[in-house]
Design a protein around this ligand. Structure first.
Ligand code: NAG
Ligand code: NAG
Length: 493
């Protein structure tokens, strides 16, 4: 295997030199940018991928970009060039939610050009197929493993391994700048930041940071146009809308819904312990919706695990079958509710619950395949992953501490609206983890007038969903019978 190490442009003496005078602040960085763009290439082309037959029918590049102090944060990315007109098509920086889910989820399970063949694991390397609906038909997309605790990204020091939401978002900006310097052919591309689920917090922040950087003249200038978000986590109150969603989808009765509304007054997450009627109604709600607990809908990873375990409804897509592991008396798996993903993984391994021979019916099955694929040595070699840089590759788990100190991205949407950026906010209308009602509620709270009211949008002669556009250039769209969401728990079996 060849090592693809990015030549460092900011090491040792050079950096001291840069800091030595104001003059060098102005001139040397330019020289460095030149130097780096001539000498360094962060990425390497990937022509073949194990599991995919023949050469890849699209251009893939993978690599690392070092950010932060001494580039101790090494961010791994997959770049897929637009299959139409890469010179003029938009460039999208895609952050997968989770948090700490690898961006490979976006590439292989959501919007990218490949997907796994839907079969159960048979002991051989899982097969990859083309995804004809890839967004890379119209845009170039950089899928970046961010924060540093996710995917193939890694830290070179203990200090660099820890990050907060804001640090990760600043790293995304530094990453994009360096990536553009390495890829000057994209320097004038219109840029969009995109993501789904938990990226509802990070995408607006990254977008604002880029906008701020452009305003104060940080180079390279990024031709930032806007952002895209699917079923985005946005405010702590979003989870309250699971009740309305459950009612709208026929999971609870009209009477219970009316009584819930009256007694709890719209607050179903932080219930006043003295509100007996609300508590009683919530109990009825939990019974009616198969012990699904609405108070654990959003934001907190461990709590989300609890939902999945207690639920007999796949909250990521309420029409999809629940995964086999959750079926046989799931409550017995745990004592108490403070179960962590580690406990879950250990238990499921012990009980071999994930090994149940079920037909391929769950999205979980695809997620299991990816562990066998991404942890295979030939795959990592093909992807130019640096040997020994991480231990086991995990689809969704924070390998290092990641501090989620921002729980509300609404102020960033408000700011970006004022600054005139375009945005597309879409909701798979069968997603109960971030239900569309909550998304619509925070969009309304921005107080912009509607310029194109609720109407169908059509795909191949069929209603594909509904859409509405606001005066802040924000378009909301539902995607009929879909989700943008994926269960957040993964373990290797
Ligand atoms: C929104 O923009 C204003 C003005 O640029 C800034 O002072 C404020 O901190 C921004 N809000 C957030 C949440 O970043
Ligand atoms: C929207 O309008 C409401 C009611 O007038 C107000 O309370 C709220 O602060 C406004 N929101 C924003 C983001 O301006």
């Amino acid at each position: 295997m060849t090592e693809h190490v990015r030549p460092s442009c900011t090491t040792g003496k050079l950096r001291i030199l840069i800091r030595s005078s104001l003059f060098s602040y102005l001139i040397l960085p330019l020289v460095l940018v030149q130097l780096c763009s001539n000498l360094a290439s962060a990425g390497s082309p990937v022509k073949f991928l194990p599991g995919f037959e023949g050469p890849l029918p699209f251009e893939l590049e993978t690599g690392y970009i070092g950010v932060d102090e001494s580039e101790d944060v090494q961010l791994f990315y997959y770049f897929v060039k637009s299959e139409s007109s890469p010179e003029t098509d938009p460039l999208v920086l895609w952050l997968t939610g989770g948090n700490c889910c690898t961006s490979f989820s976006g590439l292989a399970f959501e919007i990218g050009p490949i997907k796994f063949e839907q079969v159960l694991y048979h002991g051989t390397l899982p097969k990859l197929l083309s995804n004809p609906y890839s967004w890379t038909k119209v845009a170039s997309i950089i899928f970046v493993d961010l924060p540093v605790a996710s995917g193939f990204s890694y830290a070179r020091t203990a200090k660099a391994s820890q990050s907060t939401v804001l640090q990760a978002c600043n790293q995304a900006y530094e990453f994009l700048r360096k990536w553009l310097v390495d890829h000057p052919e994209f320097i004038s591309s219109p840029v969009y930041i995109g993501g789904d689920s938990y990226s509802g917090i990070t995408v607006p922040i990254v977008t604002q940071i880029i906008s701020d950087g452009n305003e104060v003249g940080i180079e390279p200038h990024i031709d930032l146009k806007g952002y895209l978000l699917g079923n985005p986590t946005t405010t702590p109150g979003d989870g309250n809308y699971a009740i309305q969603f459950a009612h709208g989808m026929g999971l609870i009765s009209d009477e219970l819904y009316e009584s819930l509304k009256l007694s709890c007054k719209g607050e179903y997450q932080n219930i006043d312990p003295s509100n007996a009627l609300c508590l009683q109604n919530m109990e009825a709600y939990n019974q009616a919706s198969n012990h699904f607990s609405a108070s654990f809908v959003l934001l907190y990873f461990e709590k989300l695990v609890t939902i999945q375990l207690l639920s007999n409804i796949d909250t990521a897509h309420i029409l999809e079958p629940d995964c086999p592991y959750a079926s046989p008396k799931p409550n017995n798996l745990f004592i108490g509710r403070r179960s962590t993903i580690q406990v879950f993984c250990k238990k499921t391994r012990e009980l071999k619950i994930l090994e149940l021979a079920a037909p391929f019916t769950c999205r979980m099955d695809g997620y299991r395949l990816v562990y066998h694929w991404a942890n295979d040595e030939s795959v990592q070699e093909a992807l130019h992953v640096r040997k020994g840089s991480i231990g086991e590759w995990i689809r969704c788990n924070c390998r290092y501490p990641y501090i989620r100190n921002i729980g509300n991205s609404l102020p960033y949407h408000a700011n970006l609206s004022i600054r005139g950026y375009r945005s597309l906010i879409y909701s798979g209308d069968h997603d109960m983890i971030v239900p569309h009602f909550g998304t619509q509620a925070w969009i309304k709270s921005l107080n912009y007038s509607i310029i194109d009211d609720w109407r169908q949008w059509i795909l191949r002669g069929q209603v594909a969903g509904y859409t509405r556009t606001y005066a802040n250039k924000m378009t909301f769209a539902t995607v009929k019978a879909r989700n943008s969401h994926f269960p957040l728990l993964q373990c290797r079996i």
